[in-house]
Design a protein around this ligand. Structure first.
Ligand code: M6R
Length: 615
């Protein structure tokens, strides 16, 4: 998604801003830009390039422009194609001020009409350009003081935004505002950094002020002045953020995705141990009291993509272990549905980044109705943590590849632990059973890793080259192996660009079976439960009878199913609720290998972004 970086201070800042953009590069983008008030000429200089950030860096190599006030941006196209013209920063009619923006200005069409009536000439197809002309209109044409202009702007803007403005008329000021999209200030000595994520500047300072929702600020080299949208001065505490959140190196791995697949055992161990360490103080984290937890009757998970799949799998944990009725809603759909207020209910938002716009909006809706919210995220400094009543942190460490791997497995581990924790506090299980669940997680994490080791050579050298020719896959499962099949289909689609569809196995004969022939691989994720297994076996026979090509992930004793398969992967026994977790590593490795033989940009798939900060 788009990233914003800004700087004001004692140093020339071009490299700092480009470094900041580099750190946020993994989120995905299709053009990049830089602007500064040149320290020699005192005029605004803007450079933009489509494609990789390296194109922008290369183009700047031949220019000496640099300054003490600058902005950078990587854009993921929403309004208008990925062209140099549409790339940020955007300038006003006089080319004396520049704006970078994340989010969507929903009323840009009406604002543009008004501004065109005032003779402003627009050069791009973007919604963001209105910001440059609005600031120009107020500060240059109407000669309004800049802070008054900012307030007038935020009063009119609809949608979500985090934006920064620099102007050669105000060389000592950086103007910033946010609503719905994250923005923060890194507090240095005689210099200030701005970023849509603190990762942009955590090599320079770990003191961070997160702008509250609906606020704007004037930033200068020695400090800032912060206001709410009514113009009242705000006083907000800065925080010290954990600087280990700096993107790690790939090491010997060809891709971050591969490194992150291999890191899963360690990440699960770390997550479970972390949860064990906070268990005695768990009510400081959950945002609900012990009594509220004991009375809890139902739970709704909210999330998108992989995080929603973790929620769907966790439904089974909470229903089976804690006896709590649980559902999982896609955050992107939830806010369009009728809201039913429920008693003794908890909403749990699941998000690796904690910045997914759909998830944040869903949580805000829940809060408008006064219901309890808990965040499960991987990023301590995220908006989700700040906005929910309680938060729990997975300990996956930075996940850089767009395709989620260790975030997913640690979410599953965390939710399995939490389901047992709730069951324990509701007195449905003993302390011993709670401890056993922790051991089950450690054992499953080990199995997850061992299975990858066992099959990685075969998958890479044999499977992937063989399956490269197939352009479509079906993934099926039953009970909890169905949401797992959904996750597998998502993984394959996003990194290999091969069409993959997941079905509950029982639904095959209600339609999709018509697709099955020898050219369509069907991947079956088995289940340890004997009844569910028998049903899956029947489905496999139906596929076989139509000459379908079958790939199976099953237990060693599930001989009949294994014998129907053209290719089979044997997974050691674990508790049935954790069987998907045991299959996670090999499923991801299988998808990774297919993408690798096709030569795709695995860590940054086309059209996708790591952190989806627009709805
Ligand atoms: O950061 P989040 O967990 O909220 O992200 C949600 C989805 O965008 C994310 O899981 C996405 O589906 C992944 N790229 C899938 O691998």
């Amino acid at each position: 998604m788009c990233s914003v970086v800004g700087y004001i201070g004692k140093n020339k800042s071009r490299d700092t801003v480009l470094d900041g953009l580099t750190r946020l590069e993994y989120r995905g983008y299709d053009s990049a830009g830089f602007a500064c008030i040149d320290s020699e000429t005192k005029h605004l200089v803007v450079a933009k390039k489509i494609g990789q950030l390296s194109n922008l860096k290369q183009s700047l190599k031949n220019q000496s422009s640099d300054g003490f006030l600058s902005l950078g941006h990587t854009r993921w196209a929403t309004h208008g194609a990925a062209t140099e013209q549409n790339a940020h920063p955007h300038v006003d009619c006089t080319s004396s001020l520049a704006v970078v923006h994340n989010g969507i200005i929903e009323n840009h069409t009406s604002l543009k009409k008004i501004l065109e009536h005032e003779d402003h000439a627009f050069k791009t197809e973007t919604d963001s350009e209105v910001l440059a002309h609005l600031f120009e209109q107020y500060t240059i044409d109407e000669k309004m003081p800049p802070l008054q202009a900012m307030q007038k702007m935020v009063e009119q803007l609809e949608g979500a935004y985090a934006f920064c403005i620099i102007s050669e008329h105000y060389p000592d000021s950086l103007f910033i505002a946010r609503k719905g999209s994250p923005l923060c200030i890194g507090l240095g000595e005689g210099e200030m950094f701005v970023g849509s994520d603190p990762l942009a500047f955590t090599d320079k300072t770990n003191r961070v002020l997160f702008l509250p929702e609906k606020s704007y600020a004037l930033v200068h080299k020695d400090g800032y002045a912060l206001y709410d949208f009514s113009g009242n001065v705000l006083s907000v505490q800065s925080q010290i953020v954990d600087t280990s959140w700096i993107a790690g190196e790939k090491g010997d791995h060809e891709h971050y995705m591969l490194k992150e697949i291999y890191e899963q055992k360690h990440a699960i161990d770390k997550t479970v141990r972390f949860f064990q360490s906070i268990h005695t103080t768990i009510f400081d984290y959950l945002g609900i009291t012990q009594e509220e937890l004991q009375n809890l009757e139902s739970i709704t998970f909210l999330g998108c993509g992989t995080s929603a799949h973790a929620g769907k799998l966790a439904q089974f944990f909470f229903e089976q272990k804690a006896g709590i009725q649980t559902r999982c809603e896609l955050a992107s759909e939830f806010r369009h549905k009728t809201f039913f207020k429920q008693k003794n209910h908890l909403y749990i938002a699941i998000s690796q980044s904690g910045e997914t716009a759909d998830t944040l909006e869903a949580i805000r809706l829940v809060q408008e109705h006064g219901q309890a919210t808990l965040a499960l995220t991987n990023v301590a400094s995220s908006t989700l943590v700040r906005e929910c009543d309680g938060f729990l942190l997975t300990q996956a460490g930075p996940e850089i590849a767009v395709a989620s791997t260790k975030a997913f497995s640690t979410q599953l581990a965390a939710l399995y632990w939490l389901a047992h924790c709730v069951a324990y506090h509701k007195k449905s299980i003993s302390h011993k059973q709670f401890q056993e669940s922790e051991t089950e997680l450690f054992t499953t994490a080990e199995i997850l890793e061992n299975v990858i080791e066992q099959y990685k050579h075969e998958i890479m050298m044999d499977c992937a080259p063989f399956y490269k020719k197939y352009k479509e896959f079906i993934f099926i499962g039953r009970h909890n192996s169905f949401p797992f099949a959904e996750e597998a289909a998502l993984k394959l689609k996003e990194i290999s660009y091969v069409f993959a569809q997941a079905y509950p196995a029982g639904e095959l004969k209600h339609g999709p079976l018509a697709l099955v022939d020898e050219f369509l691989p069907v991947v079956i994720f088995s289940h340890p439960d004997p009844v569910i297994y028998q049903k899956l076996l029947s489905n496999a026979q139906e596929i076989k009878a139509r000459k379908g090509h079958i790939i199976v992930f099953a237990l060693e004793h599930q001989k009949e199913l294994l014998s129907l398969a053209h290719r089979a992967f044997i997974i050691p026994a674990v508790p049935s609720l954790l069987f998907p977790l045991a299959m996670t590593g090999i499923m991801q490795f299988f998808c990774y290998a297919l993408a690798k033989v096709s030569g795709h940009a695995i860590d940054k798939p086309r059209n996708l972004a790591k952190s989806v900060t627009v709805e």
